[in-house]
Design a protein around this ligand. Structure first.
Ligand code: AMP
Ligand code: ZN
Length: 457
């Protein structure tokens, strides 16, 4: 059986052939951490979690490397921190902790690497230096710009006419630019703005170079799959691939580019700027994570979803039914049925795969002959359970299992809290303690001034 995926680069469904089946590599653009993630932001996280699980099933759990980054350098972050009167670090740590908590409740597996832009500055500088050396970038008034005309096939991913690209790129018209399409790789920071030392002075990266650096660091110059929401095709992904390809001289950055459609409210994309959003956090107050997840996967990932209460209610009933079937007919069968798998292998056809789940319930309930002659209801219940695991719903448990604890993250939070305690900032210290508690992590302050922790879920 072969996996077929729709490739935005070629506009066709293609057979997936990994560069190295012993290390299948996927990069997905993660959140910009300045505010609660909304339920639209959860869509790529859930869709690519299903793909991650499927790849692990096909190639082995140890043979898939999944990178989902954290964008923690961004002018929206700087503006929000200023508005709130908090430090950038405090804002990004708090938002990141909330994001982790939200997606843990959605049953999302931890990616192999979750790099942060702030930890990848040397790689960004290295790529920019290569681009300058090869004539694909130039320095102008403290900025470094990518020279779009220097790349012959710029625009191959988004396939837009030039005038549309200029309008869509929303790049500033600046006198130091050689071409209107040229975009920023590095820009100067004033004393109030975060900045890093570089060969071009103290400054900060543009958004696109962050992902080129993080994917290069963990996946190499060319890898298998690059994903994100459809709004990222242009300019973000077009520019990412321009940078990476020109820096390393390859024909592609990733072989397959995958994009999820929008989650919409009354026909409009859910977004912060339109103000028509509900946060994941708010949705999870009313609905268990697996219900949200099922509701999301009932629509094919490339189609738009209209997010409705009625949809959530039906999904909640489905989960109840499935749970009951699995509870009433325990089974040790952990096989994923080929007929279910075949549907997922067809460009992640989750709605079709979910239809198959309803059929298992029918088989289990009615003890009907299971079309190839095995009439046992517990076999069907086992198939249901195994199949749902591949989609990320664990029917055997009443509460979502969530992601494993990230010890580095906990350590970092403990350090921040100790610093707050030293400064007698008790409110901040309590806030961090409560935030960890909500993730099931209990802190214990020891007599000698250190803090240990344990997990209670
Ligand atoms: P952002 O934090 O805005 O960069 O978005 C993080 C991810 O969520 C990106 O992959 C976006 O494409 C995706 N995204 C944002 N809004 C929506 C939406 N309404 N529906 C689906 N995906 C979205
Ligand atoms: Zn990105």
């Amino acid at each position: 059986m072969t996996l077929k995926l729709y490739n935005t680069l070629t506009r066709t469904k293609e057979e997936f052939k990994p560069l190295d089946p012993r290390n299948v590599r996927m990069y997905v653009c993660g959140p910009t951490v300045y505010d609660y993630a909304h339920i639209g932001n959860a869509r790529p996280v859930i869709v690519f979690d299903v793909l991650f699980r499927l790849l692990r099933h096909l190639y082995g759990a140890d043979h898939v490397t999944y990178v989902r980054n954290i964008t923690d350098i961004d002018d929206k972050i700087n503006a929000r921190a200023k508005e709130e009167g908090t430090s950038i670090r405090e804002l990004t740590e708090r938002t990141y902790a909330q994001f982790r908590k939200d997606i843990a409740a959605l049953g999302v597996l931890e990616p192999t690497y979750e790099p942060r832009a702030t930890e990848t500055i040397p790689e960004m500088i290295a790529i920019i230096e290569r681009l300058i050396a090869s004539g694909h970038a130039y320095v102008a008034e403290g900025h470094v710009l990518f020279s779009v005309p220097s790349m012959k096939d710029y625009g191959r991913l988004s396939r837009r006419p030039l005038d549309e690209m200029i309008a869509g790129a929303r790049v500033d018209v600046a006198p130091y630019k050689r071409d209107a399409m040229d975009f920023v790789l590095w820009k100067p920071s004033d004393a109030d703005t975060p900045g890093w030392d570089s060969p071009w002075g103290r400054g900060r990266p543009g958004w696109h170079i962050e992902c080129s650096a993080m994917s290069w660091k963990h996946l190499g110059e060319v890898f298998d799959i690059h994903g994100g929401g459809i709004d990222l095709v242009f300019p973000h992904h077009e520019n990412e691939l321009a940078q990476t390809r020109c820096a390393f001289g390859h024909d592609v950055m990733a072989n397959i580019w995958m994009h999820n459609g929008f989650l919409q409210v009354e026909g409009q994309k859910m977004s912060k700027s339109l103000g028509n959003f509900v946060t994941i956090n708010e949705v999870l107050k009313d609905w268990p994570g697996e219900v949200v997840r099922l509701n999301m996967l009932k629509t094919h990932y490339r189609q738009p979803i209209d997010w409705t209460l009625a949809g959530l209610e039906t999904s909640a009933r489905n989960i109840d039914t499935w749970r009951k079937v699995v509870r009433d007919m325990p089974s040790s069968n952990t096989q994923v049925d080929d007929r279910f798998l075949k549907r997922l292998l067809d460009d992640l056809n989750t709605p079709d795969a979910i239809t198959k789940l309803h059929a298992y319930v029918g088989y289990a309930r009615e003890t009907l002959s299971y079309s190839h002659g095995s009439p046992k209801p517990e076999v069907a219940a086992g198939l249901l359970n195994a199949a749902t695991m591949l989609l990320g719903f664990d029917l055997g448990r009443e509460v979502p299992t969530g992601v494993p604890i990230d010890e580095t993250f906990v350590g970092r939070q403990i350090d921040t809290r100790l610093a707050a305690r030293k400064a007698k900032n008790w409110a901040e210290s309590d806030r961090i303690r409560d935030e960890l508690l909500a993730m099931g992590i209990v802190l214990k302050d020891n007599k000698d001034g250190t803090t240990s922790w344990e997990v209670k879920r």
